[in-house]
Design a binder for this molecule. Structure first.
Ligand code: 4AD
Ligand code: MG
Length: 443
């Protein structure tokens, strides 16, 4: 049976066959050192002139980067051997070239971001990208594991939708026969129907926002998981969020040790991420931001931090706030005017709503948006009218409040924002295989 590089430690002293690609190559006298990758890892494969026939040695000496190959040889443990995981190498006995690659455009020299993005279909083979996308897969698996083992039922919600849910300014419109449809900004409204049938549900899929801003945090197509829970208030919701996020982080710490090493991620920034997470109100957050603004001598930063009560946070505000904490931070009770129409207002103070954003530490900012939902049909209708939304399109949604309405809550966690934070990387575009942004639809 074929062996994978990740499992080499189990085969020390034994012959193995590896099917992969040539990542890099150097030679020294009678030795060719090939870095071979197979998707599961990278290992050094040493071709010693004495161990192979002449043709094989010549082939190894000249094989171009990214050629596909099958090698057979004995596994040796050697602490000096580079690789992912390091410490193992293969003494090559036979080498079969499956395809000699053409000259590969991505070389170890520095390339600009646009060049790399134009070659994203090849760039994903690079070790750093490989590590990021493997962490992404773990994050997605951990999300499902946590929800499935805690009694949530997965529901598929539509991507073609007749109406907006998260504001009307960033909708992607598509022709739908003789009507208009919009790509889903969220599956939440449908999940609010699903809870009355299943109690606790989630949807997990691609989400679309025509974001015209060019930031490190925005994609036009991103993946979001959205749990929704019947008979759940905001306090209970925050407990669910902090448990799920902690589970995701610790699953990555356990299962992606090699990948985090490749990324140079400081594990100590993640190891203490356990419940409870700190909680502050929007009012307290505004006071803290004003305090930070007063303290800084940097004029530009002073301007960026400018805020008055009633404004939504921008990236500089989130960044500044999260640098005060070493765990994700809940900010609750945002002004109703800056949040979506469906959020339940506080009865004694209707200008703020039972909402919570979860901001990741180290300046990463919002990874979750969530709230308690309006359960009264009259109030919901009023909010829809106040926001100038087409009433007819929400008839079914208002209906939900007429047949056994209950307090209920839910949240949405953005996969790419979460991966960016956990990996400690700069830009969200590396946290998804083929990113879509205002400037990028190719490849
Ligand atoms: O805060 P948002 O807009 O909330 C909702 O869509 C709710 N319907 C969720 C719910 O309660 N079921 O988005 C939720 C999360 C954000 O916190 C962020 O992580 C991510 O989705 N997100 C984006 N990620 C990448 N690019 C974008 N343009 C994003 N917009 C939101
Ligand atoms: Mg939000």
């Amino acid at each position: 049976m074929d062996t994978i590089i990740r499992d080499l430690h189990r085969h020390v002293g034994h012959p193995v066959t590896i099917k992969g690609w040539l990542y890099n190559r150097t030679d020294k006298g009678k030795l060719v050192f090939m870095q071979v990758r197979d998707g599961s890892g990278i290992c050094q494969a040493v071709v010693f002139k004495r161990d192979v026939d002449e043709a094989t040695f010549e082939t190894a000496l000249r094989l171009p980067q990214e050629s596909s190959l099958i090698i057979t040889g004995e596994v040796r443990a050697d602490p000096r051997a580079p690789g992912v995981p390091s410490g193992f190498e293969i003494g090559v006995r036979s080498l079969q070239v499956v395809q000699r690659a053409e000259e590969y455009p991505i070389t170890p020299k520095e390339h600009g971001v646009d060049f790399l993005m134009d070659h994203r279909h090849l760039w994903i083979r690079s070790t750093r990208q490989w590590a990021l996308l493997r962490v992404r897969a773990t994050v997605m698996r951990a999300i499902r594991q946590w929800l499935d083992s805690n009694g949530y039922v997965e529901m598929s919600t539509p991507i073609l939708t007749p109406s907006a849910a998260e504001g009307t300014t960033n909708l992607f419109e598509v022709g739908y026969f003789d009507q208009k449809a919009y790509l889903a900004q969220t599956g939440q409204l449908y999940n609010e129907a699903n809870i009355f049938a299943f109690g606790k549900v989630y949807c997990f899929g691609p989400t679309f926002r025509a974001e015209k801003s060019k930031t490190r945090r925005h994609l036009t197509e991103f993946w979001m998981v959205e749990p929704e829970i019947a008979y759940c208030d905001l306090e209970h919701l925050l407990e669910i969020e902090e448990q799920m996020v902690s589970y995701i982080v610790h699953t990555v710490l356990t299962e992606n040790q090699n990948e985090l090493k490749v990324l140079g991620r400081d594990r100590s920034k993640l190891e203490h991420i356990t419940p409870p997470f700190p909680r502050i109100t929007y009012d307290e957050a505004i006071a803290k931001i004003k305090e930070l603004q007063a303290q800084t001598d940097d004029e530009e930063q002073k301007q960026l931090l400018d805020i008055t009560w009633g404004m939504d946070f921008g990236s500089p505000h989130e960044t500044a706030l999260t640098q005060l904490y070493d765990k994700p931070l809940f900010v609750t009770g945002f002004p109703s005017a800056v949040k979506a129409f469906y959020m339940e207002p506080y009865p004694d103070r209707p200008e703020v709503c039972k909402s919570a954003d979860l901001l990741a530490p180290e300046g990463y900012g919002e990874i979750i948006g969530g709230s308690e939902r309006i359960s009264d049909p009259e109030l919901l209708l009023k909010r829809i009218r106040d926001q100038g939304l087409p009433e007819e399109a929400y008839r079914w949604y208002i209906d939900l409040r007429k047949f056994g309405s209950v307090p209920h809550s839910g949240f949405g966690l953005g996969v790419e924002r979460t991966v960016t934070w956990i990996c400690g990387t700069e830009h969200i575009r590396e946290a998804i295989p083929f990113p879509r942004t205002i400037y990028r639809l190719y490849p």
